[in-house]
Design a protein around this ligand. Sequence first.
Ligand code: N01
Length: 547
Amino acid sequence: MNHSHKRSTEVDAVIVGAGFSGLYMLHRLRELGFTTRMFEAADGVGGAWYWNRYPGARCDSESHYYCYSFSDEVRKEWKWSCRYPAQPEILGYLNFVADRLDLKKDIDFGTRVTAGTFDEDTHDWVVETNGGETVRARFLITAVGNTSAPSKPAIQGLDDFAGKIYYTASWPHEKIDFSGQRVGLIGTGSSGIQCTPHLAAEADRLTVFQRTANYSVPARNHLLTDAMRLEQEEKHQDLRRKTLASPIGMPFDLPQLSALEVSAEDRKRRYDELWAGGGFRFMFTSFNDLTVDLKANDTIAEYIGAKIRDTVRDPATAEVLCDFNHPAGTKRPPIDTDYYETFNRDNVNVVSIRTNPIREIMADGIILQDNERYELDTIVFATGFDAVTGSILNMNLRGKGGEALRDKWDRGPRAYLGLSPAGFPNMFMVTGPGSPSILANFPVCIEQHVDWIAECMVHMRENGIDEIEALPEPEDAWAKMIAEEANKTLLPLANSWYMGANIPGKPRVFLAYPSGVHAYTVICDDVAKRGYEGFALRSRKMAEAVS
Ligand code: N01
């Protein structure tokens, strides 16, 4: 549905993307009386939850905190069915919110932003779309998500494949029937791990091509009873307080002990207890030094390895699945249902392509470096995303002096507070590179950013300010601090999408603020309180008075 014919082409803000971020941004700005245009490439709301429809797609964070908190009505009216809802339910939730707040009428669906250029004379962004429209807006707000530009590896011979090809990150809307098929799955990140049991249950044969062994933790998903929901509601204020005080934006009791200061028995007891509970708590609440001390990390890596060996009956298969090459938790931990168990099925096997990579895709399958051949009818790519920066760069943005963001970021993204790049005035990125979001619970980070941006816009309106621009020195200091803080952890040791290492040629730069969403919120609030320290605020009147 495209309403562009009746829409204004001069607005206060253009918002790009109608996922969790964009929907709340639109709601906030409308409430505050700003005029907006919102562009969304998909035909509906949902962002990542719109595109990632692969079988088994499910949240890795629990429903009672993986949701908006800004509206008591929304929270009370929506009923989650289970601990970790599946994709259709989360998409249903986002549609419910969009309908409840009557947001859809203000969104141009099926519309992609193809260019954005800052006009220094008017302090406006000139935004172009694939529909041929040009819109002027004082502010450009990207709400494009972190995992939304799919990575489609250019494997030799891909176009010659005679069978079907699917990408988990842009899955068809209709149900795919894998029965009778020999399916090859490339990728063992969260997406590959989630869809493995589902593909295995349907396909004649499933071959999983694994480049990097992952550390997956059982989700222990379960339905929520009314009593559980009531208890969550009663504890809501407490849980919310805990969430906001937490570095990861989840209401967990954080661990106080090092993995190395307890006895082996106590350590095992702690891991056993948390493994039985499932989910992120296993990694995040067991011990306090797992992501900073390699010896401590070894204890959890060994524990997971032992669990895999216990679960997977064929020792050779188990060894492939345990062929770890990075510390546990240095890639985003996958949360699974029956992943390792699936390798006990007769129709499933895992092939390591770590040292024997895919050489070529042929008409009838995949051939590895050592000439081993796998005949396939279907290939599923669960190969991830050009994460965090891909979707922002794809919009062809140009700042002051016509500088392309792509050029500015050619050695890695730079943005003060992870919010706004110097040289790109009046541009804000919800959960942009250099903010904490990818290491934390997204909705918490999204609400914090949206509120900060909205309040900044109100401040500018009230004070007659036309332009806000991040200054280069604080932006440099921010980038330096991120690298230094990340280097104090084990996170840079993995070839992860956190490091941009999954995309050939992408600069190897840690993409998130590593010290947690609580510390980050304090910094952002301080910056605002000090009159937006680190930014230059300019008004036309001031400029006229000077000249
Ligand atoms: O992507 P990934 P994802 N040849 O980048 C492999 C969120 N998410 O879509 O590790 C062969 O993690 C790659 O190998 P390697 C979540 O934040 C959440 O799974 O680079 N293999 C890896 O195994 C998550 O972290 C949920 O060596 C290639 C896999 O493909 C993020 O999205 C569910 C290859 C990609 O893993 C991304 O997850 C799904 C190549 N050329 C996603 N290129 C939940 O909420 C890549 N690989 C649960």
